[in-house]
Design a protein around this ligand. Sequence first.
Ligand code: AMP
Length: 390
Amino acid sequence: MDVILVVNAGSSSLKFEVFSVEGGLSKLLKGQMEGVGTAPRLRIKGTGSEMLADHQHSPSEVPDLPAAMRLVGDWLRERHQDRLVAVGHRVVHGGPDYDRAVLIDKTVLADLESYVPLAPLHQPNNLAPIRAIRQRRPDLPQVACFDTSFHRGHSAVADHYAIPERFYAEGVRRYGFHGLSYEYVANRLRELAPEIAGGRIVVAHLGSGASMCALLGGHSVESTFGFTALDGLPMGTRCGQIDPGVILYLLDQKGMKPDGVRDLLYKESGLMGLSGVSNDVRALLESLQSSAAFALEHFVHRIGLHAGMLAAALGGIDAFVFTAGIGENSPEMRKRIVAKLEWLGAKLDPERNAKGDLLISTPDSRLRVYVVPTDEELMIARHTLATTRT
Ligand code: AMP
């Protein structure tokens, strides 16, 4: 059987899925190597969630992502007689030029490396497994699928910051991220709700990273993310939109170093920073501490503000879509967020919301509200198949 491997590499974890390509793409297994370099653990599940592997490894066996990639490759080769025909990678940054997935060769890889300064925390992790596979299997087609591509059609007005133009020319732009998720949701809406899919839609990807995207006719026209995945909504541990003056204050008045500011904004802020309790919405909903309730209130407030902003970008709004961990799984958070959208005509159907139906607004709601589970890995597998077959 011909299969595609999808790889999503983070700072200390490597997630992967295997898809059969026979008769359309279907998921065969998903796995994750966590704790790379510290306490590596490889877990692999089949489609029915049955555990296929659960191995602890020593940090010396899996010191870095290339080693993790090799170990995963070994496991797949030993257990499966399938023919690996291509590997698709999630790559956070495609810079100003890559507006679609691309087959990786030497030139592309050099381009992607040149974008490291634009995403220094993520891009190197995404590129490490690509290089490891190229070393072992130089002939195996590898495809880069970007979080930025779906947003590359934004207008110049939306894409700019009001700073001197030379910075735009060198790549300081409002790129937008979570593009693979939004592209999947836009496609899925065409299947599930064709009557609305061509309209003015705001999609809220609410997971440990959180952002919102304005879709017009199925295309992205605005995003709450900007130059980096720090902007827009507050997230699990990231600050979201912040006055740049705060950063100047931290550097000038508090004497913080850039590394310290970076850690503060990426790892110690958001729901975690505000609550002092957790970055996980489940824990915050259960907590009796007032700071936990406050963090959630702030999160919902900011989603409401950004929904207004994106509705303005669209010149109105026909539908609001929830997706990702919080959006798909928390009726309580959806209820609180929809309450902020009442002025836009949203009316929640509590029973449909509790069940997590596709449509969770009432029949007379002027704004339709949907829940559409995302699948970034399937989107990557589709791009990988399409790119290697053309
Ligand atoms: P993701 O990044 O899309 O995997 O989403 C992960 C986040 O979703 C977690 O950090 C949780 O905050 C949130 N989450 C997952 N399940 C639930 C749930 N049942 N209720 C509230 N939040 C949830």
